[in-house]
Design a protein around this ligand. Sequence first.
Ligand SMILES: [Zn+2]
Length: 289
Amino acid sequence: MIPNKCKQCKEEVVWWAIVVNICQMTYKGLLGAMTGSVALVADSLHSGADVIASIVTMLCVKISKRKASDKYPYGFGNIQFISSSIVGIILILGAIYLMYESILKIIEGNIEAPSFLAVLGAGMSVVVNELMYRYQHCVGKENNSPAIIANAWDNRSDALSSVGVLIGILFAVLGFPIADVVAAMVVAILVARIGIELNIDAIDGLMDTSVEMDVLKDVYNIAANVPNIEEVRHLRGRNVGEDIHLDISIGVSGSLKVYESDLIAQALKERIYAEVRHVTDVQIAVVNS
Ligand SMILES: [Zn+2]
């Protein structure tokens, strides 16, 4: 069971992500233009890309809740992995743009140091993004939502890149103007890395990688403790978006009748649903040995 409080957070989290990122994009963009900091403008564009990413996430979380249909009999859960992939691609495109702008700036020369106000802007961005990371990571973990966890990691990368921006602007203010542009390039590399990682995770999810070992161990222990189950012959599980689907094969005594075997399988199913979080589908094969 997922606590109600966490479900409530899940409804709200995407809206917070959108509103906070629109605010960040606006104040960093304005401050970057006012102070003449390329790095801060780069950071602002990053926040803008995140707004788009949040909107994509929101749509995908909605679609993933749809009931299974004739065409998609296993439901729409996996669309969350597609959402992660789209967010990743947006980040990679943003990174390429930042890199291009920074290199152009260096080639053109005449780089001026930003004013001190830019330091405060970057500092605030570090704090806000770290707080957003913690909030979203909690909601994503509690709800087992790959899409929300992906967004949380994006906020962690935002916090890190703002640290880079802060350092760059500080050096620029202290008399090394090129540090501001170099910081913008570092932001680009960090953003691209997160984008690539999100795509690797999305591919893993769509390829039905196994659920975590701990989950399988829990299921195995439950099965081993259900009366009359003599052995667990086979056990596997996969993630379908936020849900976990399990296939289990159990051995029972050959002297049991079919309806008795059915009751044992039913008991196992109920215990798994009650005790293992996020499991929404259990297929049990009973073998009489
Ligand atoms: Zn971001």
